[in-house]
Design a protein around this ligand. Structure first.
Ligand SMILES: [Zn+2]
Ligand SMILES: [Zn+2]
Length: 582
């Protein structure tokens, strides 16, 4: 399936480009609303499609293995040759589309399934890129709906082919440029009736579920024709307002878990998951009221970027698209852990591009995310030539980002010192037999961070944080000492553990003092730093961890990124506060 998606993707992207240019041309001729694209929205949608395709590696067992098992063990009739004829395959397609109808209907009418499917509907624009916008979690439960086909004896290969045909068919209907098509609209899923499906207008909600045939909707009472007087407004009623592909996948689960957690009655805790999306227990709705949906007040999410940021984002996006095609193409030949690492790397990269387009990351911080993802993947997969370049590069880019963001900041020298020392530590730890010098470099880096965190907060302000950090440090040190730490390293490692625990304690005390979300990121970053170093030590002294390179380096970059971003955001907030006061 990966191969076919890679081969089909130039066609998808080419058609998206044509639709874009076509909209641009019509807009130039003065037709209002003809341009149905926004660069950031399209990048966000395609990113979600990419992540959905590559993350399928994690749901393979559910999608393929269970179907095959049911087919082989309990199929009622077996006649593989019959299903391979054209009429057999056509019947399989009709059966698939029937199952798809019920899956899709459940995806809109049961909260748990909606949480998986909502991703496809979050875009407030409607164009061919919206078609690619797919959920990564839908596959966790969708397989159940297709088991009847396995029971009927549809062979897995035929099932896979018709599933692909059904999916590919639905691409072209996501456009506003094709109007109503007469009789076709009443038989088949078409641009007109699928626009209705994506709209949040009252008469259009929960209509037109069919994948290829919309006849199912007419049979089961869920059909609605497009009404020229009722112009479609697209999106989900609880707007996502974000380009973050990870959050897009989690949004609905998070709100369900929130409501379930806060509901008083056990019945309600459960009902949150199985009732219609949007249903809320009375006590929860009272405690956490939500604004009622009003189509008149439904502004499109539209952060503003400079053209430079758009070009930078576009360029990284093209690079990441190529990487994801390579991952999909070679996935089957890779060891599972390696493939999973590449999937996580591309996902992190796409997250970075989208975060920049939402103005959450600077262009340099976006580049840091890319370099860090590459270094981590290279380390975990053993691409040593790439690793020796990407690892120092990641920290250099981070230093540049920190330098740009901290002009005029109190403690800037300590921030730069911490990063320069981390850079030296990174380089030293790559060399053979340079573990102790590397350790010393990081020890000094942590001392610099401690100095930085003292600039705007009292010394070890939270006793609880000190107690926590020291306890964790003690457990880690005793654990290492009892399980293989060489005796000559006892003193340096003890000193190191003490210093990093102090850094975390200071950062949490600082967060308590400042009370801002940015200071919390710094505290979190410091704790992740402790985690990263603990993993490194466990791997080195106790026993090798599977894919240590992935966990150690990924957590290290998350820690450094959180600290730099948190510190510079605190500084930004401070500057903006000063501006308001003036
Ligand atoms: Zn839908
Ligand atoms: Zn759709």
């Amino acid at each position: 399936m990966g191969y076919i998606i890679v081969l089909a993707s130039p066609v998808f992207l080419g058609l998206i480009l044509i639709e874009w240019l076509w909209g641009m041309r019509l807009a130039k001729l003065g037709k209002t609303g003809a341009q149905t694209y926004r660069l950031d929205d399209a990048i966000s949608s395609i990113s979600l499609g990419v992540i959905s395709q590559i993350s399928a590696i994690f749901t393979r067992v559910l999608r393929i293995v269970i179907y095959t098992l049911v087919f082989e063990q309990v199929a009622l009739v077996r006649d593989d040759a019959w299903w391979s004829t054209w009429y057999g395959a056509l019947l399989a397609l009709v059966l698939y589309d029937f199952c798809y109808y019920w899956f899709h209907r459940a995806s809109h009418e049961v909260a748990w399934f909606w949480a998986g499917h909502a991703v496809h509907h979050q875009s407030q624009h409607y164009n061919l890129s919206t078609a690619l916008r797919q959920s990564s979690s839908g596959a966790l439960t969708s397989w159940v709906f297709y088991l009847p086909m396995a029971l009927l004896g549809v062979p897995p290969l035929i099932f896979g082919i018709v599933a692909l045909v059904d999916l590919l068919y639905q691409f072209w209907v996501h456009t506003e440029h094709i109007g109503r098509l007469g009789w076709f609209d009443r038989w088949f899923c078409s641009p007109s009736n699928h626009r209705v499906h994506h709209a949040v207008n009252d008469p259009y909600v929960d209509r037109n579920y069919g994948g290829i045939w919309v006849v199912w909707d007419r049979l089961f009472g869920s059909f609605q024709e497009e009404d020229p007087k009722e112009v479609c407004v697209y999106g989900t009623r609880t707007a996502l307002n974000s380009w973050d592909p990870l959050w897009a996948n989690m949004q609905m689960y998070a709100s369900m878990l929130h409501d379930s957690w806060h509901a008083k009655r056990w019945r309600d805790k459960l009902m949150v998951f199985v009732r219609h999306p949007g249903w809320r227990p009375a006590d929860v709705a009272q405690r956490f009221p939500l604004k009622a949906f009003d189509i008149q007040q439904f502004p499109a999410f539209a952060p503003v970027q400079t053209p430079a940021v758009q070009w930078w984002g576009g360029a990284w996006f093209v690079v990441l698209l190529s990487c994801s095609s390579a991952v999909l193409w070679f996935m089957d030949g890779m060891v599972w852990g390696e493939a999973a690492t590449c999937v996580l790397g591309v996902t992190a990269g796409l997250w970075g591009v989208n975060a920049m387009l939402q103005n959450r990351l600077s262009p340099t911080m976006c580049a840091f995310v890319q370099a860090a993802a590459l270094a981590t993947a290279a380390n975990a997969c053993g691409w040593s030539d790439v690793y020796v370049l990407a690892k120092p590069l990641a920290l250099l880019v981070l230093m540049f980002a920190a330098w740009q963001a901290s002009a005029g900041m109190n403690g800037r020298a300590w921030l730069m010192a911490a990063l320069a020392l981390s850079f030296s530590g990174d380089v030293l730890l790559m060399g053979e037999g340079l573990f102790v010098p590397g350790l010393v470099a990081f020890l000094l880096a942590h001392l610099s961070y401690i100095q930085l965190f003292r600039k705007d907060a009292p010394w070890l302000h939270s006793r609880r944080a000190v107690a926590m950090a020291i306890s964790v440090a003690a457990v880690v040190f005793v654990g290492l000492d009892q399980n293989g730490l060489p005796s000559e390293l006892r003193v340096p490692v003890a000193a190191y553990v003490l210093v990093i625990a102090t850094m975390a304690a200071q950062a949490w005390g600082r967060a308590k003092q400042l009370g801002s979300s940015a200071s919390l990121w710094v505290a979190l970053g410091s704790s992740v730093f402790m985690l990263s170093d603990t993993l490194l030590a466990l791997d080195k002294f106790v026993s090798p961890l599977p894919y240590a390179g992935l966990w150690v380096l990924a957590s290290y970059y998350v820690a450094q990124g959180l600290i730099v971003r948190g510190v510079s955001k605190t500084f930004d907030d401070h500057k903006n506060g000063a501006k308001i006061l003036n």
